[in-house]
Design a protein around this ligand. Structure first.
Ligand SMILES: O=C(CO)[C@H](O)COP(=O)(O)O
Length: 266
């Protein structure tokens, strides 16, 4: 198993996917085998987040590849009476090096809060997992003119209590809630750039210095047509993709589309 990455801001560029609640064992193994066979990721840092039931299998098949594997959620405690939950040590034992936290579907349907996200960020770092914290405003919050406030609050509370050194080991994904899933509308790149600038200010403040703050990915209806324009945004360090990457070929094609030529690096 590879060591958990300590992400570097800017170049290189991350391209990852969460399969959400998709992927029976045969399909998961076939997907993993296909992306394990990709011999050139064009400089992107790839990662996949399969369901818990296939995570160990997928991690085993990708062990010798550059593709990192992560869980889609976890509990903040190491063990105990938390029926139905998964802990950081369990994810590590299955081969995960990353964990997604605070996705808007978990905030909306499963009672995830900024406080529980913060507990989970601390637990992930304690156990050597890279947390990928999802933040994003709803349409009503954007219409009401409080999107930037909401994003700043989500960032600050996620990072609460971390040292500046630990802040640099967290990753973020900006995912406007209104841009996600079947009913989502892709966000205009100018809007993403403007939101990313505000988020970056918060991240730099928490990290104590510009240039060492966490990578910021964009997610929400990313597809083959819009991957390159999002990837070209100066404040965006990666893409976090759902539906368009639910086939191995779709994922590999997206990584190619998002790959930045080396001259675009810092
Ligand atoms: O989490 C997401 C990416 O894994 C996000 O919800 C975007 O999903 P999509 O709109 O299906 O790309």
């Amino acid at each position: 198993m590879s060591d958990p990455a300590t992400p570097a801001p800017g170049w290189p560029f991350w391209v990852g996917t969460s399969w959400k609640m998709n992927g029976l064992p045969d399909d998961a193994r076939s997907y993993a085998e296909r992306i394990a066979a990709v011999d050139d990721w064009h400089g992107v840092l790839p990662f996949v987040m399969p369901p818990f039931t296939v995570l160990a299998d997928v991690a085993r098949l990708l062990r010798d590849s550059p593709v990192q594997v992560g869980g889609q959620n976890m509990h903040w405690d190491e063990c105990g009476s938390w029926t139905g939950e998964i802990s950081a040590p369990m994810l590590r034992q299955c081969g995960a090096t990353m964990v997604e936290l605070g996705h808007s579907e978990r905030r909306r349907h499963f009672g995830e809060t900024d406080q529980t996200v913060n507990l989970k960020v601390h637990a992930a770092l304690r156990h050597g997992l890279t947390p990928l914290v999802c933040i994003g405003e709803t349409q009503a919050e954007r219409d009401g003119g409080v999107a930037d406030l909401i994003l700043a609050r989500q960032v600050r509370l996620a990072l609460h209590g971390l040292t500046a050194a630990h802040v640099g080991r967290v990753m973020f994904a900006y995912e406007p809630v209104w841009a996600i899933g079947e009913a989502g509308r892709p966000a205009p790149p100018e809007l993403v750039a403007q939101a990313a600038a505000g988020i970056r200010q918060e991240l730099d403040r928490a990290a104590g210095a510009p240039g060492v703050s966490p990578p910021l990915l964009y997610g929400g209806s990313v597809n083959l047509e819009n991957a390159a324009p999002y990837a070209a945004l100066a404040g965006i360090d990666g893409l976090f993709v759902g539906r368009a990457a639910w086939t191995a070929e779709g994922y590999a094609a997206l990584a190619r589309a998002a790959a930045r030529p080396p001259c675009r690096g810092p």
